[in-house]
Design a protein around this ligand. Structure first.
Ligand SMILES: [Mn+2]
Length: 318
């Protein structure tokens, strides 16, 4: 099987580069670090992880200092990409390292992965990439140390939104138990990687909460954030990510809408709870997505964007 081939290639390689997507989340960083720890555990010393930047909340992760921004070697025996649906997700600065590597490997859990490597370990039903790594390590009899377990559980917790998405599997919970038995402080990881938010993120969430309004008898929750707001609080990429959930979690709300300003125009996030097809709403305006989570970008004025999305959403309410 492919995993045996990868294992043989790892044994035959001396230098390794690990890459993941820009704006990395807990799963991207957890997968990168877990892989680096595993390869080092096999007696390999040249293992580099490159990332321009990562959110400071992941500072607690073992081996986080292995991550560097500046390239100090251009030819690696093996390149391993983790948590990327395609190679475009990897920053342009580092793409060459992948292209130049003798052996190209990837581990991922996204649907429609483009299978861009020589060896592709992709499991679209796995809720996190770290969970794909976990089963791969298990198959290869790679010892899952406390450090590796910390990285793996971080990816599982962040990508399953704290075990709350329906894609969470029994293996996710089983691994939480295993990590605990290996001495990982799972509840601390949960707080650090999932609950903790930066001050700017808190401020922007507070503003969005204050602005939240109910429409259609409380079936629609609506809020927005402008570029100026983001500038005022100094928010970073990703800080707006969960704002749309605020409205979605309120009793009686079927559709939650969040509009935020981009360089050009507006991005609209739509979430639904029980029966509305969020992707259909967005599709009608030129966007798309999933049944309960979708989005669309509009190059209109703010007022027009708001009017369009609300009008479209109304059509889907019972
Ligand atoms: Mn992921």
């Amino acid at each position: 099987m492919t995993l045996d081939d990868i294992y043989r290639e790892i044994k035959n390689s001396e230098s390794f580069v690990i890459l993941t997507h820009e704006n990395p989340d807990g799963d991207a960083i957890g997968s990168s670090l877990a892989m680096a720890h595993a390869i080092k555990g096999l007696g390999k010393s040249c293992v580099d992880i490159y990332l321009k930047d990562y959110p400071y909340i992941y500072k607690f992760m073992p081996g986080i200092d292995m991550i560097k921004a500046d390239i100090d070697k251009t030819n690696y025996d093996m390149a391993i990409v983790v948590d990327c649906v395609n190679l475009e997700r990897v920053s342009n600065i580092y793409k060459d390292l992948f292209e130049k590597a003798t052996v190209k490997v990837q581990f991922d859990h996204h649907n429609k992965n483009s299978m861009f490597a020589d060896y592709n370990i992709v499991n679209p039903v796995s809720p996190s990439c770290t969970q794909v790594l976990e089963s791969s390590f298990e198959y290869l009899n790679i010892d899952i140390t406390k450090d590796i377990a910390t990285c793996i559980i971080t990816g599982i917790i962040t990508d399953t939104c704290g075990f709350s998405i329906p894609e969470t599997t029994s293996e996710s919970f089983e691994f939480a138990s295993l990590a605990l038995s290996k001495g990982v402080n799972v509840s601390k990881v949960y707080r650090e990687a999932y609950n903790k938010i930066s001050k700017p993120r808190f401020e922007i969430q507070k503003l969005a909460t204050e602005r939240l309004e109910f429409l259609a008898d409380g079936k629609i929750a609506y809020t927005y954030i402008t570029k100026q707001d983001e500038k005022k609080y100094g928010t970073k990429t990703g800080d707006l990510a969960t704002i749309v959930e605020i409205g979605k979690n309120i009793e009686g709300v079927e559709i939650s809408i969040f509009i935020y300003e981009r360089e050009k125009g507006y991005k609209i996030s739509v979430r639904s709870n029980d029966y509305v097809d969020a992707s259909a709403i967005c599709l009608n305006l030129g966007g798309g997505g999933h049944l309960r989570a979708a989005g669309v970008s509009l190059l209109t004025s703010y007022e027009e964007a708001k009017e369009l999305i609300i009008k479209e959403s109304m059509k889907f309410l019972k």
